[in-house]
Design a protein around this ligand. Sequence first.
Ligand code: IPM
Ligand code: MN
Length: 355
Amino acid sequence: MRSYKIALIKGDGIGPEIVEEAVKVLDAVSFAEGFELKYEELLLGGAAVDATGDPAPKETLEGVKQADAVLFGAIGGQKWDNLPREKRPESGLLKLRKEMEVFANLRPVTVYDELVNASTLKPEVIRGVDLMVVRELIGGIYFGEPKGNDGQKAFNTMVYTKPEIERIAKVAFEIAMKRSKRVCSVDKANVLDVSQLWRDTVEEVAKAYPEVTLTHMYVDNAAMQLVRDPKQFDVILTGNIFGDILSDEASMLSGSIGLLPSASVGEKYGLYEPIHGSAPDIAGQGIANPIATIASAAMMLRFALKEDAAAERIERAIKQALSEGYRTQDLSAFDAKEVCSTSEIGSIIANYASK
Ligand code: IPM
Ligand code: MN
């Protein structure tokens, strides 16, 4: 029997609840498709700080490399906000991404027809939206040196090297080739030198993909265009911080940030994570939406394990649950037939996925 090792990082806040539902669904589809998943839980973020004093313990950084893929929930919370930066949960996640060299963060934004009324934007603006944010994940201002804060003056450095830009641009063009063959590269080249290098390098990479139409957009304009006319986008290629911001914005096209999955991939490893945070304010109440994590598990099956049929089962089951009117709290105002708890919607999706 095909067998895979999955590292589970539940994390903080709603992390454990949503990962548990994803596991429920994974178990259902692996059984249905005749393969086996073996899980190993690893600590990261606040949970790891509490247990070991380190947001990214060595055991986790090594453990993920023994796995075929990593499924991650969310990290962070007020409890740890006053710790020095290197001890904060977020630093643990950044360290993990860096250690795994997952430089490409793929954030697909699709609008489920069933939820076209759930967005704050007009249905005609968002119906049929299908775009992919390709965010560079282990460079840029998140990691640039020098950086510092002496209490009077603080600074970070936005830095990209040409090879870093080339490799993420290639990912975006490859993805575009399998989609509508349009890449919009987002930068701030009217102000930032780093963005000028970004733009020039993306232009160079584009030469190898004559079928793909490349456009460039300044990030401020892109933020506006995303809400004005999101359907103009196919693949959005951008750096770390712009991608962070634009993907949160883009998530609201779908109606809830609780819906959007992501895959963080590199040469060797893959980390699959919902784009949302740990939502400590609603943790433990059974009202979190696990769909983003369940959909991330589907991406994991497809990209890391090549179990496409199982991934399709999950994606179909999510659509079915939504079209039957099952809604978690965040979406309860939109054509809900029944408002479900985190674990109820997980069970419904697992059940549909097993059929
Ligand atoms: C995300 C998150 C992270 C990021 C935080 C938690 C470090 O916002 O995955 O988008 O900024 O990358
Ligand atoms: Mn973010």
